[in-house]
Design a protein around this ligand. Structure first.
Ligand code: PMV
Length: 364
């Protein structure tokens, strides 16, 4: 399959300046994608919940480029301040998209982006950031050429998000999404994610995910380096097979609404991800002593109260705490009374399963 479209060029005299704005959320993997090949293709399937509060709000302003030079013309500001590193990263991303969107080199872009969570919080913003940008671009295609149908629109946005940051492709749908080929999930494939929102048991539609910020420091090993290290990991083959099987099982658990089976797999996935890091060559550790202290408290709380509170981890030390809405009050007191002590500056973000991205009015 290809989205390459050499015909998507503009008659620039007919283009007036404009802007588009999308808010797109982050997502949390329940079964993790870890290891990639080719052009950002996953070594194994994964499934995630789309979040609600942790999101990026991006405005894409465009006008005809005065002098069409080589490459693309992109400037990006984060929270109102020009950001050189992100401008360059975005320009690289746009250049990569030129076979799909050749018109990108005929325009000048000013991108304004802001995250709903503090930039320094140590929460990965690539999934929300890349998906917000991809949604603006597919929307722009529709404005300048021909609008896509609803399903096509989100498939293409997912595809473009994937090229920016693999796991971002799952953020364009509300509820839950699968990326990679899984038996029993129609149309599932490696190139873009598919929604499984209609398969989500009501218990999971209102699930909570509170993010505890254990450390705000920069990670010692990036996700990109981590994926690369999977190529020489001695357990890689077994892991990819396990994740493929588990993604199918997790989709079934989400449909059944089995919170215990969910939690068991969730925690095993988190620990397996970090075990893969520890068994890489060279090995490395991203969890911190406070990550372990919190894990022990959660297990103790679960034993004592029988509340189905379970954790997961991203590629970092921060913990996501997942639990049903019915237990929200009890879990929130537990977090405040026993866990915030272990968080960097006592910071945490109360989040939940969300409805997916939203197109917003542009502020003039
Ligand atoms: O999308 P990337 O390249 O930042 O990789 C993210 C991988 C994990 O967050 C650890 C797991 C996942 O599936 O999101």
């Amino acid at each position: 399959m290809t989205y390459d479209r050499p015909d998507l060029t503009l008659i620039t005299s007919e283009v007036t300046p404009g802007a588009l704005r999308w808010r797109s959320p982050s997502n949390i993997a329940l079964v993790k994608y870890w290891g990639k090949h080719g052009d950002q293709l996953p070594r194994n399937p994964s499934v995630s919940f789309t979040l609600d509060g942790a999101a990026t709000d991006t405005t894409l302003r465009y006008e005809v480029r005065e002098q069409s030079g080589s490459g693309v013309d992109v400037k990006l500001s984060l929270d109102g301040v020009h950001n050189d590193a992100f401008s360059q990263r975005t320009a690289k991303f746009f250049e990569r998209l030129l076979p799909i969107y050749p018109f990108l080199k005929q325009l000048s872009f000013a991108i304004e982006t802001k995250n709903s969570f503090p930039h320094s919080a140590g929460i990965a913003s690539s999934a929300s950031g890349m998906s917000a940008l991809a949604l603006c671009l597919v929307d722009l295609e529709g404005k300048l050429f021909k609008p896509l149908g609803n399903a096509e629109f989100f498939e293409k946005a997912s595809y473009l998000s994937r090229l920016g940051s693999g796991s971002a492709c799952r953020s364009v749908y509300g509820g839950a999404a699968v990326w990679g080929k899984v038996d029993g999930v129609a149309q599932s494939n490696e190139e873009f994610a598919v929604p499984i929102t209609d398969k989500l048991n009501p218990t999971f539609q209102t699930y909570h995910d509170d993010i505890l910020l254990i450390s705000k420091s920069e990670k010692s090993v990036s996700s990109r380096a981590g994926h690369q290290l999977m190529e020489s990991n001695p357990y890689a083959t077994a892991r990819y097979a396990q994740a493929k099987q588990r993604t199918g099982e997790m989709v079934d658990i989400l449909r059944r609404g089995d919170v215990e089976a969910f939690g068991e797999m969730l925690e095993s996935e988190a620990l397996t991800l970090h075990a893969l890091m520890m068994s890489s060559r060279p090995p490395y550790l991203l969890i911190r002593p406070n990550t372990l202290a919190v894990i022990e408290r959660i297990q103790e709380f679960r034993r004592e109260t029988k509340t189905p509170l379970y954790f997961t981890l991203d590629a970092g030390p921060n913990l996501h705490l997942l639990y049903p809405h019915a237990d929200a009050e009890q879990v929130k007191s537990f977090i405040r009374e026993q866990l915030l002590f272990f968080c960097d500056d006592g910071m945490y973000l109360a989040d939940r399963v969300g409805k997916g991205p939203e197109r917003l009015e542009v502020n003039e």
